[in-house]
Write a protein that binds this ligand. Sequence first.
Ligand SMILES: [Zn+2]
Length: 315
Amino acid sequence: MAFLTEPEPQRGVALPVLDGIRRIVARNPSVMTYLGTNTYLIDGPDGLTVLDPGPDDDEHVADILRALDGGKLPRIVLTHTHSDHLGATAKLQAATGAEVYAYRISAKPGFEPDKPLDDGDEVAGLKAVFTPGHAADHLSFEFLVPGTGKILFSGDHVMSWSSSIVSPPDGDMVAYYKSLNLLLGRDEILYAPGHGPLLPEPRELVAELLSHRQSREASILEALREREWTVADLAEHLYHKTDFRLKMAAQRNVLAHLLKLEHDGKVVQVNGQKASALPGDHVPDDLPPGNEKDVSKAQRNMMWEDSARRFAYAG
Ligand SMILES: [Zn+2]
């Protein structure tokens, strides 16, 4: 696929992106987050907005405050509540008194936005477009940039540098397909993603992402016509990843495809039993999605059990 790369950005500085839009790239580079999370500073009709405060990192919060240069921050807007986007929110809010806007039903236990947003709601020139799939509470935002035209802050739904992980139950492949199709029918000329550089001619990549998923789905169905597979074995068969985190990401994507195929009536799960206990020593902290440091033992157990789920062709 036609993914983009960019040189490592200057750290700790708000770099100009487009007229009235700057970006601070957080210091959380990884195989899941590219060079780091993009925190956008957007000048709008009602003052400044920070879109996605980024990970819980004091240095990053200090970088954002320095970029504000003593100016007021009336609001923080979130594309979704994964920790590499939400993490710095509480500290930034405490330092600035900003109100937090996010999708009305939070996928993060314990987090509630001050100002819940729904599809079509508008705040400071940012118009919310509900795009679940990567995350159940994912919003993209349409924004008109003077002299450029309509752009979309696409969060982690569509990124310039990589495809997105779809990790159930927060991630949902049925919703992801639907949200990609939704973007194919829209007319923004440029996407500003949650990770990576600006994406020109964005619908070309959206179409590629969709056809990539469809061919992956076809390969999964073909493999299942031959025999039953566990999630782990099928991910190994299809992805050949060696890095542990990418291996886990591949398993989450395969499971998401299998659950979509189950939803479509094409496959069935054939075992309900739990996998054996989690071998804690072999599981690093930074499991997908994002480079979450706060993946709980329960979530890790869930991922481990999911890897042993076995599926068969429904005929
Ligand atoms: Zn992210």
